[in-house]
Design a protein around this ligand. Structure first.
Ligand code: SF4
Length: 280
């Protein structure tokens, strides 16, 4: 695995677990502001291919750099900082995606924008989704939802599916887990429901941290009440991102946390199913 400070330049990566830092650090601040305002340029950790867990079918995933949350279980802390990402014009990003369109069509897959949080660069996200739709590609946005209000109602129309990351229901616990309030995420979820936009909920299950069944019942009841949640993915915590915390010199609060066992995963899936949701 590459060392912090190494400078891989390829936009395509084998996996998002490649550590990538400082790839956009030479972009002047004024250019960063222009990029954010226009969406003509974005900052990407990488493109990866072959994912089957980030939306329906086989997906091409673009991983954005930049996230204001600080989840204790984050697998990709190198994507917290926008300047760690590769500066990429929206044209180049679209051209990269275009190379895969035939295969995506055959495999009934699509394009997913993940991160980081893609809505940190919402103008770029909308332009890239619009380009993807122009290629006839199914689009999915993986987001914590905090900046959902940056998207207009019309812009929601270029996103076929939202993969909405719900974390803890209890607001104090959520702040401790992520550093941020969960009310904006819930507001975005309600707005997506009002517009009947398809949503898959993602729930990262961490023993001792996000395994309180009463808290999960609240999240499940909320998700079920929306009426537009097609499925819930319970994602078992793992330690593939641990080395990133170490390489970046970050104190990793979950260094000794183990993945959930099969029984706990099945129990939590059962909580979502008991609320009337399809859960896997
Ligand atoms: S929202 Fe996602 S990218 Fe941001 S800190 Fe949390 S897990 Fe990491």
């Amino acid at each position: 695995m590459p060392d912090a400070g190494a400078s891989p330049t390829s936009l395509e990566a084998k996996s998002p677990y490649e550590l990538r830092v400082n790839l956009g650090r030479d972009v002047p601040e004024a250019d960063v502001r222009t990029a954010l305002a226009t969406g003509d340029m974005g900052f990407l950790h990488s493109f990866t291919t072959g994912a089957t867990v980030d939306g329906p079918g086989v997906r091409v995933v673009a991983w954005t750099a930049g996230c204001q949350w600080r989840c204790q279980y984050c697998h990709n802390p190198d994507t917290w900082t926008m300047s760690n990402g590769i500066p990429v014009t929206v044209t180049k990003a679209a051209d990269t995606l275009r190379r895969y369109t035939q295969g995506l069509s055959i495999m009934r897959g699509g394009f997913t924008l993940s991160g980081g949080d893609p809505l940190m660069q919402h103008r770029f996200a909308v332009k890239l989704f619009t380009a993807a739709k122009g290629m006839g590609v199914h689009t999915a946005l993986d987001t914590n939802g905090y900046y959902g209000d940056k998207l207009t109602d019309a812009e929601l129309g270029v996103i076929d599916l939202v993969l909405l990351d719900l974390k803890l229901w209890n607001s104090d616990g959520h702040k401790k887990l992520t550093g941020m309030d969960n009310a904006p995420t819930h507001a975005f979820a309600r707005r997506l429901a009002a517009h009947k936009r398809p949503v898959w909920v993602r729930y990262v299950l961490v023993p001792g941290l996000t395994d309180d069944l009463d808290d999960i019942r609240h999240t499940a009841a909320f998700a079920a009440s929306l009426g537009n949640v097609e499925r819930v993915d319970v994602l078992p915590f793992h330690q593939m991102g641990k080395y990133k915390w170490e390489k970046l010199g970050l104190a990793y609060p979950l260094a000794d946390t183990r993945p959930p066992d099969h029984a706990l995963v099945e129990t939590v899936i059962g909580v979502f199913r008991a609320a009337g949701l399809k859960a896997v």
